[in-house]
Design a protein around this ligand. Structure first.
Ligand SMILES: Cc1cc2nc3c(=O)[nH]c(=O)nc-3n(C[C@H](O)[C@H](O)[C@H](O)COP(=O)(O)OP(=O)(O)OC[C@H]3O[C@@H](n4cnc5c(N)ncnc54)[C@H](O)[C@@H]3O)c2cc1C
Length: 447
């Protein structure tokens, strides 16, 4: 009989969470990491890292940290330098480093005739596993939109942005105002000759602190119904940050939390000081001129695309992950419906899900693998439910925008409840937990 040994691809927060959960469940595994060590994109020296020098945690440490390894004594919003040390300490504390092969990039996964997976990696590694956990990150492959015309200045994606001095003396246009775009704009105003920001839609800006506390630590516990939370938080934001339309942003054509909120109010300060300007959506490039949709134009040395990332699992056929349009369609964003022995970690975007939310995904995988070995009927019951029953609604009642980056977005409370329910159903005698989840296969995104 083949040994039930599993592989984990990636030693970022998700891969470490998977390693820890499998370790606790007594499941044998080997980890593979393309970079020199643990920490994923929080290691700015990792060639695939999209971190920049000024980056800090956007969510606060208490809502983000692993529950069994609190970041005691750290600031509320630590910098990436503090965070990489945190992950190194986490791996050292639980002896996880020794379980990974570093500087070893996985290049290919192929099914074996006996239902396992052959993993090919750098250095002519070829090893058979019963299953593979994919934790290779979601924020590494740049999403580069195509614009009409040609820009002859410097065209960069945020993935290539490391420090503000890259922009010294330049006339900079940042396209997109997500969290990275806003962080970089705030950096750029101190170095660039001028900074403009082109936006397609309005945004909601959440301050880091509300009532003297990290804003994401308020209203924890029992979540408010979506519409009530939208109403309350819109009012609170209006009172604290004012109306972004006053600073030149378009009025959002959606409600708060229907897209990822921007945790940055410095951007509004700089707009108020006249340090940067908001421009409309880009119409076309022409040499170093950028024409905007309202007929205006500007001259730029550097265009910085803050246009996000695209999911990428280049080492495995797309059909194996049940790709639909922008993203794989997976039960709880983890299990391909075919239950083919691949498990995806970290393919979640959510406000406030943190690394503990990723760890809970890992616990679910570990619980399923343990059931496969020790109580196959329970694993079979989960597979039956996934095939026959409606999938849980992970939106929490929010109507997410129909955008690529929102295609695997979840509401943290709805998601964690659904994961807990699936874990409970694997631990206990098959019960109604998963079946009772809201009747929706996948929440419809808004067009
Ligand atoms: C500027 C910035 C700020 C952020 N702030 C927050 C925040 O405040 N809160 C929050 O929760 N999240 C934040 N994030 C999101 C961040 O993605 C997660 O915190 C976390 O890093 C995700 O972990 P991961 O392990 O899934 O992916 P990653 O950290 O990307 O790790 C993936 C790992 O897989 C490795 N790998 C990739 N391909 C292969 C291969 N073929 N073979 C072997 N190894 C491979 C990579 O080298 C990497 O080490 C932020 C991201 C950025 C860029």
């Amino acid at each position: 009989m083949q040994e039930h040994r599993y592989a984990i691809i990636g030693a970022g927060p998700s891969g470490l969470a998977a390693a820890r959960a499998l370790q606790k469940a007594g499941i044998a595994f080997d980890g593979y990491e393309a970079s020199r060590g643990v920490g994923g994109l929080w290691d700015i020296e990792n060639p695939r890292s999209t971190m920049y020098e000024s980056a800090h945690l956007i969510s606060s440490r208490t809502t983000t940290q692993f529950a069994e390894f609190p970041m005691d004594g750290a600031p509320d919003y630590p910098s990436h330098r503090v965070l990489i040390e945190y992950f190194r300490d986490y791996a050292a504390r639980f002896g996880l480093d020794a379980r990974f092969r570093f500087d070893t990039k996985v290049t290919r996964l192929e099914r074996t005739d006996d239902g396992g997976w052959m993993l090919h990696a750098d250095g002519a590694v070829a090893q058979r596993y019963a299953g593979v956990i994919l934790a290779n990150g979601t924020l590494a492959e740049p999403n580069i939109p195509v614009f009409p015309g040609e820009f002859t200045g410097e065209l960069l994606h945020t993935s290539a942005y490391k420090r503000a001095t890259q922009l010294t003396g330049k006339r900079v246009l940042i396209i997109g105002a997500g969290n990275s775009g806003c962080d970089i704009a705030v950096d750029a105003v101190h170095h660039a000759a001028s900074v403009d920001m082109s936006v397609r839609r309005g945004y909601y800006f959440v301050p880091r602190y509300l009532f003297g506390r990290p804003s994401d630590t308020l209203n924890q516990g029992k979540p408010l119904p979506a519409r009530l939370k939208q109403l309350v938080d819109t009012r609170v934001l209006r009172a604290f940050t004012g109306d972004p339309v006053r600073f030149g942003f378009p009025k959002p054509d959606y409600r708060i939390y229907e897209s990822h909120p921007i945790v940055n109010t410095l951007i509004l300060n700089h707009l108020g000081q006249g340090d940067l300007r908001i421009r409309p959506d880009v119409d076309r490039f022409d040499g170093t001129t950028v024409h905007f949709r309202d007929g205006s134009s500007g001259e730029y040395d550097t265009v910085l695309l803050a246009t996000g990332y695209t999911l990428d699992y280049p080492f495995v056929d797309r059909a194996e992950l049940n790709w639909t349009s922008w993203s794989p369609e997976l039960f709880l964003n983890v299990f391909p419906p075919s239950f083919n022995g691949l498990y995806v970690m970290g393919m979640i975007e959510a406000s406030g899900i943190g690394w503990q939310g990723r760890y809970e995904q890992a616990e679910l995988i570990a619980e399923y693998l343990a059931a496969l070995e020790r109580d196959p009927a329970r694993a079979e019951e989960l597979r039956r439910r996934v095939a026959d029953d409606p999938w849980p609604d992970l939106t929490g009642g929010y109507r997410y925008l129909g955008l690529e980056r929102m295609s695997y977005y979840v509401n943290k409370d709805a998601y964690r409840a659904a994961v807990r329910s699936a874990v409970a159903s694997l631990r206990e005698a098959p019960g109604p937990a998963v079946r009772d989840a809201a009747p929706r296969r996948r929440a419809k995104a808004r067009a």
